[in-house]
Ligand binder design. Structure first.
Ligand code: FES
Ligand code: FE
Length: 369
């Protein structure tokens, strides 16, 4: 019997801690991971600690204004150096255990009795550096000894989807400011969230407000289906808002071809970028466990819009509803992943075929279990 249906991954891929551990080591600890919005660390000494795979990574702005990343581990006896998620230090991090002290550049600058240990190399016993790249206003880190090409992996995902990197450059995302940030604690595996974002088969069922603004979504073909295609706003829709009322005014670099259109890009493994003429919605996923993912979602507007205090609530409300609708759907599927009904998985319809490609990618990255 032939069928146009494609099998999904079996259920245990979404529940098994061993699979999750393998994903941490072979996906999140080897690829570029979008960690923080650079502007969240405004001044020298501003820091954030972020969980990347099984490691805690400390990201800090140096005295020279550059962002740097380090493993958040004291080189003496291994205490977690910085226990706060974010904050500000004056000029150094001091370990709470025996007071080894590290500069913002990671060098060991002081330790009790250090003068009696002249052979202690301050760089060698400095914090372990982690690779960091800044792009579109975010700091991306990579734990791999030999990181994959940022151009191929991260920027390449944008080129693959939009056809050219210039298509994202025109939004000048690095110059935008966070107008709203909402953090969602989703009781679902990170792959369910990626899969959901990749398809629009569900749009007509669960996203009434979104399909009102983007009527072509009612057909179930996602904006990610064709290279370079953006879903067009419906007639009478003035802006990408919850009620189709006017938005905040087109961003200066956005082209005529990009106006009145919505583009969505998935940058594996944990970033979604949504482009509309007057703002950007950017999701970062932080996988916590096989059945839990924290999603931080930023709504980015022009400096002018944020500084003026203009009301962005109708604009935020549209994608906030979409997020809640999507995450509810993912949470509805998560418990079923452990059911005997899903032991061999489910199926994908033809309009979801690119999810099959995502599954192949996951399996290839994990190798033989
Ligand atoms: Fe940090 Fe000893 S473990 S100073
Ligand atoms: Fe959705």
């Amino acid at each position: 019997m032939t069928t146009s249906l494609i099998p999904t991954l079996p259920g245990h891929f979404y529940t098994d801690p061993a699979v999750f551990a393998q994903e941490q080591s072979r996906i999140f600890e080897t690829m570029w991971f979008c960690a923080v919005r650079a502007a969240d660390l405004p001044t020298p000494g501003s820091f954030k600690s972020v969980q990347v795979g099984r490691e805690s990574v400390l990201i800090v702005r140096g005295r020279d204004g550059e962002l740097r990343a380090f493993l958040n581990i004291c080189r003496h006896r291994g205490a977690k150096l910085c226990t706060e998620e974010s904050g500000q230090v004056k000029r150094a991090f001091q370990c709470p255990y025996h007071a080894w002290t590290y500069g913002l550049d990671g060098r060991l600058v002081a330790a009790p009795n250090l003068t009696r240990m002249p052979d202690l190399d301050r760089v060698e016993y400095g914090l372990v550096p982690v690779r960091l790249r800044e792009w579109i206003g975010y700091a991306w880190v990579c734990l791999a000894d030999e990181p994959p090409s940022f151009e191929d992996d991260v920027m390449g995902a944008v080129t693959e989807r939009l056809g050219a990197l210039t298509a994202i450059d025109s939004y000048r995302i690095d110059t935008l400011r966070v107008g709203r940030r909402i953090t969602y604690d989703v009781r679902a595996n990170w792959k369910l969230i990626v899969e959901n974002f990749m398809e629009c088969y569900h749009c007509a069922t669960i996203h009434p407000e979104l399909t009102e603004v983007l009527p072509e979504f009612a057909d179930g073909y996602a904006a990610q289906y064709y290279v370079g295609h953006g879903a067009e706003f419906g007639t009478g829709i003035e802006g990408f808002t919850v009620d189709g009322s006017a938005g905040l005014g087109r961003l200066p670099g956005v082209t005529d071809g990009q106006d009145r259109r919505y583009y969505a890009v998935t940058i594996k493994p944990q970033v979604f970028v949504n482009l509309v003429p007057d703002h950007i919605i950017l999701h970062r996923m932080y996988p916590v466990a096989a059945d839990r993912t924290v999603v931080e979602c930023d709504w980015l507007y022009s400096e002018e819009v944020v500084a003026s205090g203009r009301d962005v609530s109708r604009s935020v409300e549209l994608f906030h509803r979409v997020n809640v609708q999507d995450f509810d759907a993912c949470e509805r599927c998560q418990p079923a992943m452990g059911s005997r009904a899903y032991a061999r998985g489910g199926v994908l319809v033809p309009s979801e075929h690119h999810i099959g490609a995502f599954h192949d990618w996951v399996v290839a990255r994990l190798g033989t279990p």
